[in-house]
Design a binder for this molecule. Structure first.
Ligand SMILES: NC(=O)c1ccc[n+]([C@@H]2O[C@H](COP(=O)([O-])OP(=O)(O)OC[C@H]3O[C@@H](n4cnc5c(N)ncnc54)[C@H](OP(=O)(O)O)[C@@H]3O)[C@@H](O)[C@H]2O)c1
Length: 298
């Protein structure tokens, strides 16, 4: 029979380095799962209610690392992670570093090599959901790097809830997913604010545009799935809409925006890809073909 104390014995001590909004959410989830938690932040006074809930706050990175077996870094960038870990030339034999800081695939690979040279068991991670999701079924966190390190921390990281997945031994893979998904987010946000600016310039109230704009947003899940299938198959039927038609449509947006003095830089960049596709003879094909055109131009 497993007793409560046996269960507690399995709960590894966790250290969270970084108490921005995400670091605090992570620490909170580990506390909720009853892990012993130690937290550190460069600037003191960011722990909120974590100490009242049982977290140990320390102003020394060395003490923080010493207290944990699973060391979570969640800082602004990889440079900050490196500078922080360098403050703790600890014995890492019984510790693993899980870096949940956002970054680029090349940075993750470099960080993994850096950690390995110091005998640090390193796992890179990418958090794909916002702070309120952490510790709930809707959280999604991807991990990549040494599988042995993932297996060592998997049970502990389950405290973050939702979906946790090891996406490959290449430490850059989790970041690669993150930047690709951020690409969708960044360009969508730009498209949304651009549309509001254009509509305002034409005298359309934002809330009236929103009534129709949410319908456009609703088309995206099906389109993403369909594009994935087409890109995977290398076949881009133009039965629904074509690149030639998109060339015409994007020209209308650019002309209207430019007439109102609204920056159309992102649209002209998108149009140049469409124009290249048309010049290469892909005008009659579907829009998913543009991914292949972009990839070839990379
Ligand atoms: N917030 C979200 O919803 C979300 C979602 C997914 C992923 N993420 C990722 O999670 C990471 C943390 O995000 P966040 O929202 O918590 O806040 P953030 O503003 O990205 O990062 C703030 C943290 O970084 C620390 N920091 C900055 N420069 C530092 C340095 N040179 N040395 C040591 N620490 C340094 C800050 O310490 P000080 O307090 O001393 O400035 C603070 O703890 C980021 O990589 C972010 O992209 C966040």
């Amino acid at each position: 029979m497993i007793t409560l104390s046996d269960e507690n014995a399995r709960l590894l001590p966790v250290t969270v380095l970084g108490l921005g909004p995400m670091g605090r959410a992570l620490a909170s989830a580990f506390l909720k799962a009853r892990h012993p938690v130690t937290v550190w932040n460069r600037t003191p006074g960011k722990a909120g209610d974590l100490p009242d809930r049982g977290a140990v706050v320390t102003d020394s990175v060395q003490d923080a690392v010493r207290a944990g077996q699973v060391i979570i870094a969640c800082l602004i960038d990889y440079e900050a992670v490196r500078a922080t870990i360098e403050q703790s030339p600890e014995d890492w034999k019984s510790r693993q570093l899980v870096n949940l800081t956002s970054g680029e695939p090349a940075q993750a690979r470099q960080m993994s090599r850096w950690a390995s040279a110091r005998g640090i068991g390193y796992l890179d991670g990418a958090i794909l959901t916002p702070t309120p999701a952490i510790g709930t079924p809707s959280a999604t966190v991807l991990y990549s790097g040494a599988r042995g390190v993932y297996e060592a921390v998997q049970e502990t990281m389950a405290a973050l809830g939702g979906t946790a997945m090891h996406v490959g031994d290449d430490p850059g893979q989790a970041s690669a997913y993150e930047v690709a998904l951020l690409d969708i987010f960044a360009t969508s946000v730009n498209g949304i604010v651009h549309a509001f600016a254009l509509a305002s310039a034409e005298g359309i109230e934002p809330e009236r545009l929103a009534t129709f704009a949410t319908g456009i947003g609703g088309l995206l899940p099906e389109m993403i799935t369909r594009f994935a299938q087409q890109i995977q198959a290398g076949q881009y039927p133009g039965d629904r809409s074509t690149i030639a038609s998109a060339a015409s449509g994007i020209t209308h947006i650019i002309n209207t925006a430019t007439a109102h003095g609204i920056d159309a830089g992102m649209l002209t960049a998108a149009k140049s890809i469409i124009d290249r596709a048309v010049a290469d003879g892909y005008g009659p094909e579907g829009l998913a073909r543009l991914a292949a055109v972009l990839h070839k131009s990379g």
